[in-house]
Design a protein around this ligand. Structure first.
Ligand SMILES: [Fe+2]
Length: 545
């Protein structure tokens, strides 16, 4: 038995503080650390080719700082260290989350040609006003050059989701200080700002979103990750997105397992899709929620032409647009029909709402076989908090499960808690003990459902007051509006029950494998042997090893 703990820690917070941790809006802004002093930074791009120059934008209360960079792979490799660099405090506009910080360049350094593709973590350290050190972290990607890369995997970091969740400056695609009442989420967010605390690096004990504590009978939901964030000065969204919580775990695992992995950002899918052509296998992991039309075009064409895409990720949900050379990400989400100018224009397909919306007409399932609207939350809050921790397996004879010894009805990944937080699914029927996508599910031809667990679009208990729950019914109402055409209770009742699946299907000359869960990477991090084996089975087949 994995779960023995039933006592939730309080992280030193009072009940009122715990409530604020979950329902409040708190975020990083310049000056937040007051008398201690601060240092912050961002780079002028998410990803760079080898040989490029990185422009570093720094704002600090100190006049000197130290720069250290490590490559964050199977091992941590120091690549650059510079002392005594000059800094100054720079003014930051109030709406920096939306328009960018606009800081001038403080320092530039060159990426040496011998720095392998991967993620590079920046640490800046300066002396605080009280004499104690102040630090900040950032991460940038060294991407590969285009060209044939036999035997190598390309991992695409979910940078659209990082941008969407970044709380730095006060606004993201979830909560914000935009709008006349300074209380709206921002439909436009900038990449020209620091990452919030916990996106680049996290302590080992930082809770993940899915509960590792068994919720006692009739107890209201608890959200340890947000409570820990509030108590320890991390971003409210540290566990929802970012290199540290998600993408890093796959990258490190794959390198340790002996795979040669290159890393790119989603900007490359959008602006230089030819980068995919050199690879036999392209991988997407973690919490991967925001994509542009062009990014999907890139993957669809790649697979159609014989590429193999493996997605070990959840929450394929929203269409974004990029503006200003990719420095701004636009997603009106729930407000798209009311506010997105594209929805008012002739060609509405790029309206920044969900993929299943009539005006967009490009169901998410057409690219990766699953969508977020038929999946969603599991293993946290009031969404199946005591639900399965792994994928219930229906087709154990599938090649992906070879060597795992798994049986029909077994759970795959329960040891490593692979099933959770947000999962992707399809509408389905079960016949003779085997699930199949329904005819109007949007599933691609030839899709097989290998594993299937339950999820929920709504925190809903007959015994727990709605006030004690974090998730409103906004998601359920939105999905009802999109899939049924209205937000009535009857419509919500029709769509509120979701699933999370593992599926596999051929497409053109290529193939797609999709384990639709944000937490697959957590199971790799925790060394779950069956999840490791399935991941290797997929990579080996797709690399033709
Ligand atoms: Fe999400």
């Amino acid at each position: 038995m994995h779960i023995i703990e039933t006592e939730f820690p309080d992280f030193g917070l009072t009940p009122e503080q715990r409530r604020e941790a979950v329902l409040g809006h708190y975020y990083e802004i310049p000056g937040m650390d007051g008398a201690r002093g601060e240092i912050w930074c961002y780079t002028d791009a998410y990803a760079y080719p080898p040989g490029a120059t990185v422009n570093l934008h720094v704002s600090a209360t100190a006049s000197r700082y130290r720069l250290e960079i490590v490559r964050d792979g199977a091992t941590e490799t120091p690549v650059l260290s510079q002392d005594g660099l000059a800094a100054a405090w720079q003014d930051t506009p109030d709406q920096c989350s939306v328009i960018g910080c606009g800081w001038s360049v403080s320092h530039a350094f060159r990426i040496s040609e011998d720095w392998p593709s991967g993620a590079y973590r920046i640490t800046l350290t300066a002396e605080g006003r009280d004499g104690n050190p102040v630090t900040c972290h950032h991460v940038f990607i060294v991407r590969p050059l285009a060209g044939r890369k036999p035997g190598r995997v390309l991992q695409v970091a979910a940078t659209g989701t990082w941008t969407a969740y970044n709380t730095w400056g006060g606004s993201n695609h979830y909560q914000g200080i935009t709008g006349p009442g300074r209380n709206q989420y921002a439909p436009m967010v900038s990449t020209e700002r620091p990452f919030c605390r916990g996106f680049a690096v996290l302590p080992e004990n930082a809770p993940r979103v899915p509960l590792e504590i068994y919720t006692p009978p009739a107890a209201p939901p608890r959200y340890p990750h947000m409570e820990w964030a509030y108590a320890n000065g991390y971003s409210k969204k540290y566990a929802s997105a970012g290199w540290a919580s998600y993408d890093s775990h796959f990258f490190r695992w794959a390198e340790r397992a002996g795979y040669a992995v290159d890393l790119a950002s989603q900007h490359e899918l959008h602006f230089t899709p030819e980068i995919l052509d050199g690879y036999d296998c392209v991988v997407f992991v973690g919490h991967d929620e925001y994509w542009t039309w062009e990014m999907r075009d890139a993957v669809d064409a790649y697979v159609e032409n014989g590429g193999r895409a493996a997605r070990f990720a959840g929450n394929f949900m929203w269409q974004t647009r990029l503006e200003d050379d990719g420095k701004k990400q636009v997603c009106y989400k729930y407000r798209a029909r009311a506010e997105d100018p594209v929805y008012q224009s002739e060609d509405k397909r790029r309206t920044s709402g969900c993929w299943e919306a009539e005006e967009t007409g490009r169901p998410a399932a057409r690219t990766f076989g699953l969508n977020a609207l038929r999946g969603l939350y599991v293993g946290w809050g009031g969404c199946a908090p005591r639900g399965v921790r792994g994928f219930p397996v229906y087709r154990p004879e599938h090649w992906a499960f070879a060597g795992t010894g798994i049986y029909y009805g077994d759970l795959l990944g329960a040891d490593g808690h692979a099933f959770g937080y947000e999962v992707d699914g399809l509408d389905y029927v079960i016949r003779g003990g085997l699930p199949e996508p329904t005819e109007d599910s949007g599933a691609p031809e030839g899709l097989e459902i290998l594993a299937l667990g339950m999820s929920s679009l709504k925190e809903e208990s007959a015994d727990i007051p709605a006030d004690d729950q974090f998730l409103s019914d906004a998601d359920a109402k939105f999905v009802a509006e999109t899939l049924v055409g209205n937000q009535s209770d009857e419509a919500v009742n029709r769509i509120k029950r979701g699933s999370g699946m593992i599926v596999n299907f051929p497409r053109g000359r290529g193939e797609v494998f999709h384990a639709g869960s944000c937490e697959w990477v957590a199971a790799l991090k925790r060394g779950d042997a069956m999840v490791e084996r399935v991941t290797s089975n997929v990579l080996d087949r797709y690399l033709s090893r």
